[in-house]
Design a protein around this ligand. Sequence first.
Ligand SMILES: Cc1cc2nc3c(=O)[nH]c(=O)nc-3n(C[C@H](O)[C@H](O)[C@H](O)COP(=O)(O)OP(=O)(O)OC[C@H]3O[C@@H](n4cnc5c(N)ncnc54)[C@H](O)[C@@H]3O)c2cc1C
Length: 463
Amino acid sequence: MGTVNGGISYWFTEDGLPAPREPLPGDTSADVVIVGGGYTGLWTAYYLKRADPELRITVLEQRFCGYGASGRNGGWLYNGIAGRDRYARLHGHESAVRLQKAMNGTVAEVIRVAAEEKWSADLHQGGVLEVALTPAQLVRLRAFHEAERAYGEDERLLLGARETAERIRIAGAVGSSWTPHGARLHPVKLVKALAASVEALGVTVHESTPVTEIRPGHAVTPYGTVRAPYVLRCTEGFTASLKGQRRTWLPMNSSMITTEPLTEEQWESVGWAGREALGDMAHAYMYAQRTADGRIALGGRGVPYRFGSRTDNDGGTQRATARELRAVLTRFFPQLAGVGIAHAWSGVLGVPRDWCATVTLDRATGLGWAGGYVGSGVATANLAGRTLRDLVRHDAGRSGAGELAALPWVNHRVRKWEPEPFRWLGVQGMYATYREADRRERVGRGAASSRLARVADRVAGRG
Ligand SMILES: Cc1cc2nc3c(=O)[nH]c(=O)nc-3n(C[C@H](O)[C@H](O)[C@H](O)COP(=O)(O)OP(=O)(O)OC[C@H]3O[C@@H](n4cnc5c(N)ncnc54)[C@H](O)[C@@H]3O)c2cc1C
């Protein structure tokens, strides 16, 4: 069978597109207007409305809820947050430990809400297993493991080659690090259930309503303007399309493939009974999950960035990228070389100039935003939603500041990206360097390659 390319994502193809919601009918007002119907916008609406049922909240979504990364991701609900190490340098280790603990709690919070709301999102808390496939990756894995433990992850385990193979039989895996703070989920089932719950709580959701401009007190669309004292931008990888935001967050592509369902014998040869979210320690890393319907869904960077901050075309991805991801799959599991690839797709992430996720409310203007999660937004968007709730309610005099507002990622500002062509050159160069570093590591020239990757990190503002 052929491979479907695009169609938003495999998850939407499998679970179906949602019934469309009405566009904005004309000018109106609200207490809070949220731009973007992904996890960030919807979690924010959810927690705000639960805290203050009388608040008039409107969500404006350019296509339909889940159209962005929230309907296309790898379904790793895990405790990683972009920028933690930099926040440790800026605000001190203890502050970053608090952020890490909040992220550990966020994984548990999403699982708690899903159970309370009776959402079926194929959640399975098998933790996250990150594996090393080369001696150089093993060195990085050990350092990574120790660093995570220093941020308070006492439950994390370092596993040798045999223990790793007892979990998942990956060709050439020499060790791994496992954390319980992770779960696999079905991204689209989660976003659809969340959107339905938000609407059931009484939030107004308008789809097919692109916001062209955000300014204090106003979200402007072709169909009318919503006026509100708080306007929250939750547009992640699409942010560059808003007036005045072209260089705020760089839209970075990530692509995925999913296999045809594996047979029982194939699963026996792979193992993976614990359904861990699976990743590796390559510079251009991969991520994967064993899906509830018996497939492997696997992602990686592919073609990372399109000139001029152009975003995607309903999830279509380059054939070469799909081929590269297939090569990763068969490198990990050579016994699956003949397995068909059912679907390939891509989505966009938001990358700030310093690679640090942030959540911000500017009290002078009532403008807020959250994102820049790079590749770790499934859980982080929930923490952002609860934090935006607290920031708005505190500013409106409805509550105290709360603990979340004191986390180091709150109200963090960073400069914009360079104009083109420097933006394109920088990101292409960084990923070409990562791929070269990974290649050298595979052929046994590890130490120099890590230096190469560190230079790329520094040039891109990531180190
Ligand atoms: C292929 C891929 C795999 C990933 N895998 C993982 C993973 O396994 N684990 C993990 O933690 N993270 C992962 N991520 C990242 C994660 O999916 C995102 O960080 C997260 O979904 C971001 O949620 P969001 O609501 O902020 O953004 P989005 O889901 O992108 O939502 C933004 C929404 O805003 C809408 N919008 C944009 N502009 C406008 C406008 N002008 N007007 C109105 N609406 C607008 C968009 O249509 C979109 O629906 C992955 C991302 C991709 C692309």
